[in-house]
Each structure stands twice: as C-alpha cells, then as structure tokens.
Ligand binder design. Structure first.
Ligand code: TYM
Length: 342
C-alpha cells in the first residue's frame, strides 16, 4: 500500500472521508474493479465514503451523448452491485453538483501551466486524440483536484495511473493553505500493491484500459462467464511454461496478480499451487476464478439496471448530500479569495 502524509485536521467529522470516482467513458474493466471499486467496498464501514460517476471528466474525449447517458446509469448500478450501500455511502453523478466546476475554476488560478504540461496522462491522451487536444483535456487534473478537495477528503483509493494527478491535488491544496490559511485537507492516496496496475491481456506492457479498441485486451466486469474464460485463455504470455513471477514475464506476472486479487492468495502461494502445471492450466484457472469472483456482482447488476427510477432516486439524494458538503468548502474558499458574499 502506498500512502503519503496528511495535513492537520480542519472542521472534520469524526470518521475520515474517502472520495473516488470512475469515468463513464467505456465498459468498466477488471482493472477498474481491482485498482479501485473492490477496495472501496472494503473501506466503506470505516470511512465516510463519497463515490462519484465523473461524467464531466469523460467529455474531455468525444462521447456519443446516448452512450454517455447509458454508461452513467451503468456505472452507478455497478457501484451498487459491487457492494456499495447507497444508504451508508454518498453515490452521485459529478455534473449534478455544479460546485465541482466552480471550485475547478478557482483552483485553476492556483495551478501552473507547467505543472499541467508535465502530466503523463495529458501527453498520452493528446497523442491518442491528436485532432481534439481541447483545454478540458489539459485542465482535467484541476477538476480532479476540485472533486477531491471539495469534500475535505482524507483518502483517495485509486490505481497507480492516478498517482500523479493526486500528487498535483496535494500540491494545490498545500499552496492554497499556505497562501491563505488552512482550508483544505491534504489527501493521501490509497493504492493497492497487487491490483494497482492490471495490464492489457493483448499487450501486457500496457495498462488495461476501458477505452482500448481491441476487445481481447481487457476483461469487462460485466463480461459473461464464457467470454472471461476465453479471453484469459488467449492472454498473451511469454514462451516459457513455469508459473513464476519474474522479470520479462509481464503476461504471467499480470495473470498472477489478477489471480491473487481474486483469491486473496500471495504470489508465492500461487506459484506453489501451480508448480509443475503449465500456462494452459493456469490460464484456465484464472478464467474460472475471475468468472466466479464476478458472478454475484453480475447477477445483482442485472436486477438493478432495469430499475431506472431507483437509480434516479439514488442520484438525486446523493447529489443533494454531496452538494451540502461541497457548499461549505465553496463558502470558505470564496471568503478567503475575496469574493463578495450575499
Ligand atoms: P478512470 O475512470 O480512468 O479509472 C477509474 C479507476 O480505476 C483505476 N484503474 C486501474 N487500476 C488498476 N489497473 C488498471 N488497468 C486500471 N485502469 C483504471 C484508476 O486508477 C481509477 O482509480 N481521473 C480518474 C477519475 C477521477 C477521480 C477523481 C478519481 C476523477 N476525479 C477524484 C479519484 C478522485 C480516472 O480517469 O479514472
């Protein structure tokens, strides 16, 4: 687990606060599940948890409107199906709480051009979307900082790819606190060792991504049992045969990590279990394990996704609760900046 130091408390409830989110920009993968959502469910009793479907982030890349709307519902249903209780957690959609955009503007004036230019995700996405390098793609980390800082967040459970953005959010918070007076909690990252970077099944040197155009590169959380098993069987591995974690064995390392995340076993235990067995047998076992591990989530999801009225209610009440917390931070920030309050 990688954590970073936190700042002194300021106006905080007794339980610490968690904030995290997923973009509804594609079919969610087991990377999103193992790097983020699965850990959210583990943390929900200990913390005040706020989980957001970050639709405003998704439009930094062109989206088909009907698909974005459908995926926003799907992502919310998936949060609940994964085990997040909408009664004890705040689940909401980012665009329903305008304070995110408001704070994003304010914080943008405390973020340097050079800092944003150094973001590796900006460079990657600019390369992939060369015909649409819009300002939102550039200022995206500021919106993410606003998401986190609005709720005086202590802990942000994410995969390793979000670490640089999280560090920027910390820098912005510290800068603002030093310029004025303590205003924002400085958040820590919660990055799981084994699930922090699940790799593509087609090219295990690349991160598994929901926006990958190759359907065999990723396993969707909602893929059917047969599809999961067949994708795992076809996962690219090296020419060896020993199930052992090691350098130059990105494909096998990735499958071992996935297996460990779903079974709770260590790498050593996994290696021992598959001693003398070949890659074929191991891949089949990983497929079965992942399919079993996701089967109750899939069942729960299929019950929820048809009930739009229920999902609307969750969105509405989540947005109200989130907006009430966000308002306090916005009021404080605006007073400190020098805006006139009416
Ligand atoms: P997004 O939508 O790309 O991914 C959602 C979460 O899944 C994690 N993740 C992975 N973890 C392990 N292996 C992978 N292959 C993998 N792919 C994705 C991500 O690290 C993330 O935790 N900017 C964020 C969303 C966001 C956010 C926030 C997160 C917006 N505001 C505030 C936390 C706090 C993003 O694009 O995630």
């Amino acid at each position: 687990m990688i954590t970073e130091t936190n700042s002194p408390e300021n106006n905080k409830p007794a339980k610490k606060t968690i904030f995290s989110g997923v973009q509804p920009s594609g079919n969610l993968t087991i990377g999103n599940y193992l790097g983020a959502i699965k850990n959210w469910t583990v943390l929900q009793d200990e913390y005040n948890c706020i989980y957001c479907v970050v639709d405003m982030h998704a439009i930094t890349v062109r989206q088909v409107p009907a698909d974005l709307r459908r995926r926003t519902y799907e992502t919310l249903a998936l949060y609940i199906a994964a085990g997040l209780d909408p009664k004890s957690n705040i689940l909401f959609v980012q665009s329903h709480v305008p304070a995110h955009a408001v704070l994003s503007w304010d914080l943008g004036c405390f973020t340097m051009y050079g800092e944003l230019g150094r973001m590796t995700q900006f460079k990657d996405k600019s390369r992939k979307n060369a015909d649409n390098i819009n300002a939102g793609l550039f200022t995206y980390p500021v919106l993410m900082a606003a998401d986190i800082l609005l709720y005086q967040t202590d802990l942000v459970p994410v995969g390793i790819d979000q670490r640089q953005h999280l560090e920027l959010a910390r820098d912005i918070a510290i800068r603002f606190n030093n310029l004025y007076s303590p205003t924002f909690t400085v958040p820590e990252g919660y990055i799981p060792e084994t699930g922090m970077k699940i790799m593509s099944l087609a090219d295990p040197t690349k991160k598994m991504s929901k926006s990958d155009s190759n359907p065999n590169a990723s396993v969707g959380i909602l893929d059917s049992r047969d599809v999961i098993i067949s994708k795992m069987r076809r996962a690219v591995t090296d020419s060896g045969s020993e199930v052992r974690y090691g350098e130059g064995k990105d494909g096998i390392n990735n499958l071992i990590n996935i297996y460990c995340c779903f079974t709770g076993k260590t790498r050593e235990e996994t290696e021992k279990e598959f001693e003398g067995k070949g890659y074929g047998e191991f891949k089949a076992a990983v497929g079965e394990t992942v399919a079993d591990g996701l089967s109750s989530l899939r069942e729960e999801y299929s019950k929820l996704i048809g009930d739009k009225q229920y999902l609307d209610e969750i969105m509405r009440s989540g947005a109200e609760k989130a907006a009430a917390i966000a308002r306090k931070t916005i009021t404080k920030v605006h007073r400190k900046i020098g805006y006139v309050s009416l």
